[in-house]
Design a binder for this molecule. Sequence first.
Ligand code: PAF
Length: 290
Amino acid sequence: MELIHTVAWMRQVAAEARRGDCPLGLVPTMGALHEGHFSLVREAKRQCSPVVVSIFVNPKQFGPSEDFQKYPRTLDADRAALENLGVDYTFAPAPEQIYPSGFRTAVSVEGLSDKLEGRSRPGHFRGVTTVVLKLFEIVQPRFAFFGRKDAQQVRIIRQMTGDLALDTEIAVCPIVREPDGLALSSRNAYLSAGDRRAATVLYRSLDALRREISAGDRDVVHLVATVRKIIEAEPGVALDYAEIVDADTLEPVMALRKTCCALLAARVGNTRLIDNALIEPAGESFIVTL
Ligand code: PAF
């Protein structure tokens, strides 16, 4: 595996790779890699060759009071893991490579970026789309792989690639969970033992939602109330939002009809976690995927 630090070198390697017969795949990450990322890499390897994994803790997607400085940085361990997985290139640029002095451009997807996560984290998705477009432009991958855990991020990036007619297809991979249901996240590393136990409440609330939908409940107000009640009953956990939204518009729905997402965010101790469930119509019923 080759470790690449500069935009110029990455661009050159990617241009050569794109001349091959197989599609080039990109897995964008901020490092502190875990099984969730590895599942993206395995899927990328199944569909693409070569595979590039980018590792860049993007300052533009952190708010002033967020965890940019303390975000876990584990490049040596990440590198070893990616080598084991057979990744071809790791692109780990310094901040000045991505944002040279005088950088002034931002990419913003209107109407989807200011709700849910965007309401609590103003500017977050602008930072995400800015860096993702720049990575796409440098690597020009045929496919880019993202996890469904960041459902709103995926929806926004898909909108961006469509609007800008980018020649990159977005592949979405399932959420990877711990045996007790907690969705894997680099931020789980911040959880104390007590927080870690409490954090399962996100999954438990979505699992309760799944059971209610399977039992025939279609009343969105009631379904959301169930989720809220379970989370609000957990000591040390502060709910930020729990909403059932249209998967396309991200607007709250009144009734279950089309494909929807139950999206939630909560602070567990000092750590902000998100999770979601996909709710898809299947004949008269719905399939809920956690
Ligand atoms: O999902 C992430 O890890 C980040 O938001 C991404 C897509 C790598 C952009 O920095």
